[in-house]
Design a protein around this ligand. Structure first.
Ligand SMILES: NC(=O)c1ccc[n+]([C@@H]2O[C@H](COP(=O)([O-])OP(=O)(O)OC[C@H]3O[C@@H](n4cnc5c(N)ncnc54)[C@H](OP(=O)(O)O)[C@@H]3O)[C@@H](O)[C@H]2O)c1
Length: 242
């Protein structure tokens, strides 16, 4: 049965890959981003709709839901930032901006979608994005680690509040080759050194993460809720001694 899935950050590296996979299996997808010219291959596809919007602007979530309509089966919030810096360099504005973009806007996106998701019937599912930086400590990650830790708390609270009708899970990726991580990976030597910090000895690819998101949205994940699932090449949990 075709479902209707809304993806904030649907033009990004991970969000657009989730969109491609869902479209390929017959779902109708709504992709939200500020620039609709990203992910150009998706523009001409059947059952793909673009909505232009900035998640930090007032009223955006109600506008998005007006375009999506009165019923919705799934929501993905794949907007985020990697704003790295020492505590000495980070200011209140950095913390507030990262918290708003990663965590607060995710909560408001879910809030605006609640009635349509309840109308969407049984099996509604939400996927949020945390990070390896909320599970393991890294220097320079105070702001993003704090914001992504908030996403983990939000996931648990919403999963409890919306059970049994709507499942809520989050994915915690490590460094994945997307435009978001580009500044860290532009030098191939640095990218290789970062890849080597992962027990599986490579960086993530958008499809590594997207397949997991598609699973979490599916009925096959019907007994999973309130989980923060790591997709991180073993970085947060394995010590291989290499
Ligand atoms: N890539 C990694 O290494 C990594 C690691 C850990 C966690 N994550 C998390 O995974 C999720 C997906 O990240 P990604 O790597 O796919 O990032 P990405 O390629 O940069 O995509 C981000 C998406 O969000 C949209 N976006 C950014 N700011 C927005 C705003 N203010 N309003 C509306 N849309 C906005 C972007 O489109 P526009 O710019 O056109 O708005 C784009 O569609 C994020 O939550 C990220 O924090 C990623």
């Amino acid at each position: 049965m075709s479902r209707k899935i809304l993806i904030y950050g649907g033009t990004g590296g991970i969000g657009s890959e989730i969109g491609r996979l869902l479209q390929g299996q017959g779902d109708e997808v709504y992709l939200v981003g500020r620039h609709t010219d990203k992910a150009p291959d998706l523009v001409s596809m059947d059952r793909v709709h673009f909505i232009s919007g900035d998640v930090t602007s007032e009223g955006v979530f109600d506008q998005v839901m007006e375009e999506v309509g009165s019923e919705l089966n799934g929501l993905v919030y794949a907007v985020g930032s990697i704003n790295l810096g020492s505590l000495r360099r980070l200011g209140a504005e950095d913390f507030a901006r990262d918290f708003q973009l990663n965590a607060m806007a995710a909560a408001l996106a879910v809030k605006a979608a609640l009635t349509p998701m309840k109308k969407g019937g049984e099996g509604g599912a939400i996927v949020l994005f945390s990070s390896v930086a909320a599970i393991q400590g890294f220097p320079m990650h105070a702001s993003v680690g704090m914001a992504k830790g908030a996403v983990a708390g939000l996931t648990l609270a919403l999963a409890a509040e919306l059970a049994p009708r709507i499942r809520v899970n989050a994915i915690a990726p490590s460094l994945t080759r997307t435009p978001l991580a580009q500044s860290l990976l532009s030098n191939e030597e640095a990218a290789e050194a970062l890849a080597a910090q992962h027990p599986l000895n490579r960086l993530g690819l958008p499809e590594d993460i997207a397949h997991l998101a598609v699973f979490l949205l599916s009925p096959e994940a019907g007994w999973m809720s309130g989980q923060i699932v790591s997709a991180d090449g073993g970085r947060s949990s394995l010590q291989t001694g290499r």
